[in-house]
Design a protein around this ligand. Sequence first.
Ligand SMILES: Cc1cc2nc3c(=O)[nH]c(=O)nc-3n(C[C@H](O)[C@H](O)[C@H](O)COP(=O)(O)O)c2cc1C
Length: 191
Amino acid sequence: MLQLYYGSDTHKTHEVVQNTILPLLRTEGVEVSDKVIPELTDDDWTEHDMFILGIPTWYYGELQSDWEAYFDHFKTLDFSGKTIALFGLGDQWGYDEWFIDGVGILAEVLLENGAELICPWPIEGYEFEKSRALKNENEFYGLALDEDNQYELTKSRCESWVNQVVAAFKEKGLKTQPVPSVELNADQESN
Ligand SMILES: Cc1cc2nc3c(=O)[nH]c(=O)nc-3n(C[C@H](O)[C@H](O)[C@H](O)COP(=O)(O)O)c2cc1C
């Protein structure tokens, strides 16, 4: 079972999770449980091995408020043996020197504390000056979404990233459920 934990101040991350990422995962037959950061207990980390974490960046490169409140504790957690895919929301034009920095701040702690990060995302198609979320000169540590300037690209970006994430987690042993095929009725078949 996959876990998806996220924070959201003005609901944009929440909407992307609930309306796009979770439905896409379920369409792929993935059983996934989602929680917001204030709900987390230590069991939510120790009892599972595969996670998606979502974070928007706020106030010139700061963590979203729930992540901020949780961060001191987050830094004490052991992520050895955990496989984690990250995604972040940001505003590449309004905050172009801090684009999705929150993803980078989480990635630094996760790597330091033993996690394996999967599914980096190419920087092509974005315009920004700086980002702490750069894994190297070509890739972010995770999926970058910009609901402020490129909302029309969110769905296709999520589709492509979720495909990669599901394949990567399957390699780590994630079991998926068979997806029921849609039966066409006679009318639809003749169209
Ligand atoms: C006051 C303010 C500060 C922001 N600071 C940043 C920033 O430093 N970097 C960035 O990439 N986006 C920044 N953003 C953009 C938000 O990350 C973006 O709007 C995001 O979609 C908000 O997600 P949420 O509604 O889930 O909290 C900022 C937005 C506001 C309103």
